[in-house]
Ligand binder design. Structure first.
Ligand code: NAP
Length: 243
């Protein structure tokens, strides 16, 4: 049996996993929700670096790896590329295109946390949609700022920070309400691409608010790349019928 290993942790990956038959494996790092309603096997936790992944690919008789991790999960994508090369396993990847600035957008790119802090220095009410990273800096919030942090973590806030534990998709009406309630004057975002979380960019555009955008990491080439989950799922269904 030529088995598939699907690397996940995104909505795209879950959409593909829903079409995977029982013999195949959906893999999660273990930070988020683990679905309990899939036909395929689900494994949770790291492989132990490139060596561990090479061992896994050989032990589990994997013939195809589909990397559908988040565009900022660069380490897992690099490990997948290296391990597939060593183990001579085919690698496919879902590489969601980055959002592109539209007329009226005021995007300010930065490569790291330090750059973020510098770029939001003149603002009072930033909205962070970067994941958990701001949680490590709650004690560093300048006196004139109040942070709103949206991430997948029910972390306590403090007198200068509200934490919203919420998972997309987010729509325009909901984002407008959040911007109003939290009096947001700047957004800090990853350039995740896709529809699920792009409404915040439209709200920033209509209100003339800047977006501090964390630069995307470089990702390795795959043997075959897809822009979205639907085309990857269709190709995978075809691949499965040819095995
Ligand atoms: P990362 O820095 O690229 O990976 C860190 C380590 O986590 C990897 O070396 C690997 O451990 C393990 N890992 C990551 N994805 C895995 C998977 N699908 N299955 C098994 N092990 C995995 O990743 P990250 O940025 O921490 O993200 C972790 C997970 O959250 C990813 O699955 C990603 O798709 C998802 N996610 C990330 C973001 C983001 O902004 N980074 C956003 C949404 C979802 P070993 O070296 O031990 O194999």
């Amino acid at each position: 049996m030529r088995r598939v290993l699907l690397l996940g942790g995104t909505g795209d990956a879950l959409a593909i996993a829903r079409s995977l038959p029982a013999a195949h494996v959906y893999s999660l790092a273990g930070l988020g929700r683990v679905p309990g309603d899939l036909a395929c096997a689900v494994r949770v936790g790291g492989f132990g670096g490139v060596d561990g992944l090479v061992r896994y690919l050989c032990d589990e008789d994997i013939a195809l790896v589909v990397d559908a991790t988040h565009p900022y999960a660069a380490q897992m994508s690099r490990h997948a590329r290296e391990a597939c090369t060593i183990a001579r396993v085919t690698l496919w990847a879902v590489r969601r295109p980055a959002w592109q600035p539209q007329p009226g957008d005021d995007w300010r790119d930065t490569a790291d946390w330090r750059g973020i802090v510098e770029r939001i220095a003149g603002f009072h009410r930033p909205l962070f949609t970067l994941g958990r990273e701001p949680l490590a800096h709650l004690h560093e919030i300048p006196a004139l700022q109040h942070w709103t942090i949206r991430c997948l973590d029910a972390h306590p806030g403090n007198e200068r920070a509200d934490i919203i534990d919420a998972r997309g998709p987010f729509d325009l009406a909901g984002e407008r309400a959040l911007f109003d309630a939290a009096r947001i004057d700047v957004i800090v975002s990853k350039n995740s691409g896709g529809r699920a979380t792009e409404a915040k960019l439209a709200v920033a555009r209509e209100r003339g608010l800047p977006v501090v955008m964390l630069t995307r990491p470089a990702l390795p080439d795959a043997d075959r790349s897809f822009d979205d989950a639907v085309s990857a799922r269709d190709a995978l269904q075809h691949w499965l019928t040819t095995q």
